[in-house]
Design a protein around this ligand. Structure first.
Ligand SMILES: C[S@@+](CC[C@H](N)C(=O)[O-])C[C@H]1O[C@@H](n2cnc3c(N)ncnc32)[C@H](O)[C@@H]1O
Length: 320
């Protein structure tokens, strides 16, 4: 008799603005076939990180983000998942008795202990408006309550699967600015950057994941980091909005800039949720079909690729 194995594939345990689940197949198709350590300096909800861990449980990975509570939560999921699940169960029970009062009481708290702090982040993420993470100038979370009828606050199976995956590969987490990747990445490593979207319109300028905004100066600093990684022999991939301010920084060799059409998950205006243009920029695959998966090269210049992956379509971007 055939036995069914109850194996849970780990997925992001938080919903995160700019999450890459929609275009995962496209992105992973474009990864090099082989690389050393995988670095993700804007890890957010970790859609790409978990995808890598699902296909190679022993992959060497280093993830970081400027959001200290998010990094603390990853470390807690990795090292203290059962304590975390217990704490989330307590949140769940209290929320169901008096949702609104409880949500705003937790939002006003600032717990000092690791597990309570991580559980608070997950609880707020599951119950706040659209899973947004936004803090005020004093660093206090200020997103209003969402209108879910039955939010899933405790997903023990996924938290345990995530914990097992993070432990098995020994993912190294760090709360730091993206530039610190320069100290860690070595020749042959892969670095994937998914920074906050550069605004393409005034209405779409949500970049408030942390206390500070991601400015144009940060973008230029990032382009410089990409160049230095390229010089040291790393494979580099960057995704962002299809804004002139982004693409103009990557016009020259060795950069390859490709546009995709993707659905954005979090936007305050529901009408803007679909069909926006993003770019994927790499320092490999500009001339060779072999360097990346064939998906990136099926399109002739200026023609949108016929192949679809996830919700995205891909085409080389004709740069002015
Ligand atoms: C677009 S999100 C990443 C989304 C992620 N790829 C996912 O699938 O969920 C951008 C992330 O960059 C982080 N961030 C913003 N400024 C940063 C900086 N200077 N250095 C490192 N991380 C930063 C934010 O906290 C946020 O988590």
């Amino acid at each position: 008799m055939q036995q069914t194995l109850d194996v849970h594939v780990p997925r992001p345990f938080v919903k995160w603005a700019g999450g890459k689940r929609q275009i995962l197949p496209l992105l992973t198709d474009m990864f090099p076939k082989r690389y050393g350590t995988y670095h993700e300096p804007f890890v957010g909800g970790g859609a790409v990180l978990f995808s890598i861990l699902s296909s190679d449980g022993a992959a060497a990975c280093r993830a970081s983000d400027l959001n200290s509570d998010l990094i603390l939560t990853y470390v807690t999921v990795r090292d203290r998942v059962e304590d975390l699940i217990e704490s989330l169960k307590a949140h769940d029970a209290a929320f169901r008795k008096d949702s609104k009062r409880y949500y705003y009481a937790v939002r006003a708290q600032n717990p000092r202990r690791q597990v309570e702090r991580a559980a608070r982040l997950i609880f707020l993420n599951k119950t706040c408006f659209n899973g947004l993470y936004r803090v005020n100038s004093r660093g206090m979370f200020n997103v209003p309550m969402g209108s879910y009828t039955n939010p899933r606050i405790v997903n023990g199976d996924n938290l345990r699967a995530a914990s097992a995956a993070l432990q098995a590969s020994g993912v190294d987490f760090e709360c730091s600015d993206f530039e610190s990747v320069l100290k860690r990445a070595e020749s042959g490593d892969m670095v994937y950057f998914d920074p906050p979207y550069h605004p393409v319109s005034r209405a779409g300028n949500f970049t408030g994941y942390t206390k500070g905004d991601f400015t144009h100066a940060d973008l230029k600093r990032l382009a410089n980091v990409c160049r230095r990684l390229d010089e040291s022999g790393c494979r580099v991939m960057l995704s962002n909005s299809c804004a002139e301010e982004v693409t103009s920084l990557f016009r020259d060799e060795p950069w390859s800039v490709r546009s995709i059409t993707a659905a954005r998950c979090i936007n305050s205006d529901g009408r803007n949720r679909t069909g926006h243009q993003e770019v994927i920029i790499t320092n490999y695959g500009r001339h060779s079909r072999d360097a990346v998966g064939a998906a990136a090269f099926v399109a002739a210049p200026k023609r949108v690729a016929s192949r679809r992956a996830g919700s995205g379509e891909m085409a080389p971007l004709a740069l002015a």
